[in-house]
Ligand binder design. Structure first.
Ligand code: AMP
Ligand code: GLY
Length: 418
């Protein structure tokens, strides 16, 4: 089969790496891809958000199956457009991808179907938002309604900070139209766990639980990033917690979307907080997480294309989904200054010396004139290793990363340990 993956980061490298192992995949393409993805797939220079060009290219090149990984093409309806062109595509349609594209929608859905989440109110008027913050007091959380690259959330410890965030979103349009509606919610406390789940519109199969590290610096300090590292499974996600999540959150979410006429096919990302009152939803995403996907797919023992097809065909209940024993960890090597301001174009050395049992997923790289790897983004590489247990996976990942170097390289030294 000729398969196309849409996207070009570390997550897409992990997806391509896994799909390339499927005996049924005869040709693998990735648009736009990156220099690391080019090791396993043919890269196609089309922007991930260019729905029209993507469909046209897929049709002209008789692609049999498309996997749409990032949030923005999903929110733009790329899956709908591919389906309309008769091309099977993995990922939610636009009307289901809204669980990520609109926080107001997803909060409303959870309220209607009694899915545990933080108490909240939605505002389109700045004055009312400011009054509500004053009444509720701090700590309190202010969120831009729409997509904001994971940066549209402010966990404020004072009323002033929360009001400033609301002003920036609603008045100064810091996130453009994404912030013209804001959700203001109760601040929850507890460890955070991510669960990604395959869905076919009706059935749901959770993957291994995982944890992400969103802050830029050690000890969970510094600004929020797309994610500085991740590991799986999470020791905090016990069988009892898993059972409760399945009954109170996962199955009700899939059933709610179906009942609303928005059946979800693809991967639902459950961002969970394990509070003293039980697990609650922090956020839904309509896709695989980045970097959670890197360790998770390194642990998958089954054919990923088979699973994707089962999701599209509504036969997930019969799919074979097995995981390796042990644990996996991914350390993100980022450009100095990320997520704020950073330079690109630096040569990356040491990649040949990385232990062969580890996998270096490329997030932001490009090839230089002489075929050398150069940095080309904030998150550059995701060094991923497995181990018989979490501690071993963490030390294997750090050991594998040791030979790699580029100017101003920055990474966290406490992934899996905080
Ligand atoms: P989100 O983009 O919704 O995942 O939010 C980013 C981060 O903000 C989350 O990973 C949490 O650490 C934090 N956060 C979001 N909502 C809440 C909440 N209601 N209470 C506490 N922390 C939150
Ligand atoms: N790692 C967080 C996300 O993918 O949204």
């Amino acid at each position: 089969m000729k398969v196309l993956v849409v996207g070009g980061g570390g997550r897409e490298h992990a997806i391509c790496w896994k799909l390339a192992q499927s005996p049924r995949v005869t040709q693998l393409y990735c648009a736009p891809g990156n220099a690391g993805i080019a090791q396993v797939a043919q890269c196609v220079p089309i922007k991930a958000t260019d729905v029209e060009e993507m469909v046209k290219w897929a049709r002209e090149n008789t692609i049999d199956f498309v996997m749409v990984a990032p949030d923005d093409p999903l929110a733009l309806g790329m899956v709908d457009a591919l389906e309309a062109a008769g091309i099977p595509a993995f990922g939610p349609r636009k009307n289901a991808a809204i669980i990520e594209a609109s926080k107001a929608f997803s909060k409303e859905l959870m309220k209607k179907y009694h899915i545990p989440t933080a108490r909240y109110e939605t505002f389109t008027d700045l004055g009312s938002a400011l009054r509500y913050i004053e009444e509720q007091g701090a700590p309190i959380v202010v969120k831009a309604d729409g997509l904001a690259l994971g940066k549209g959330v402010v966990v404020a410890s004072t009323v002033e900070e929360a009001q400033k965030a609301a002003r920036e979103m609603m008045e100064d349009k810091k996130f453009g139209e994404s912030g013209s509606t804001v959700v203001i919610e109760e601040c929850m406390v507890g460890p955070e766990v991510t669960v990604l789940a395959f869905c076919d519109g009706e059935h749901l199969v959770p993957m291994l639980s995982s944890q992400d590290h969103k802050r830029a610096y050690d000890g969970n300090q510094g600004p929020n990033t797309g994610g500085m590292g991740a590991f799986c499974p999470s020791p905090k996600y016990t069988p009892a917690v898993a059972k409760e999540c399945m009954e109170k959150i996962f199955l009700p979410t899939v059933a709610a979307l179906k009942a609303e006429g928005r059946p979800f096919k693809g991967v639902i990302y459950f961002g969970l907080m394990l509070t003293k009152d039980g697990p609650k939803v922090v956020e839904y995403n309509a896709r695989f997480g980045d970097p959670e996907t890197q360790p998770i797919l390194s642990m998958l023992d089954s054919d990923l294309l088979d699973i994707f097809e089962a999701c599209v065909n509504g036969t997930l209940d019969q799919a074979d989904i097995r995981w390796k024993e042990g644990a996996a960890c991914c350390i993100v090597l980022a450009s100095g200054g990320y997520p704020v301001k950073y330079q690109s174009g630096y040569p990356i050395s040491g990649l040949d010396e990385v232990d062969k049992s580890a996998i270096v997923f490329h997030a932001g790289t490009k090839l230089g004139e002489h075929g050398e790897y150069l940095t080309a983004g904030g998150r550059v590489l995701g060094v991923t290793a497995r181990g018989t247990n979490l501690e071993e996976a963490i030390s294997n990942a750090y050991a594998a990363a040791r030979p790699i170097f580029f100017q101003d390289m920055h990474f966290r030294r406490d992934i899996g340990r905080v």
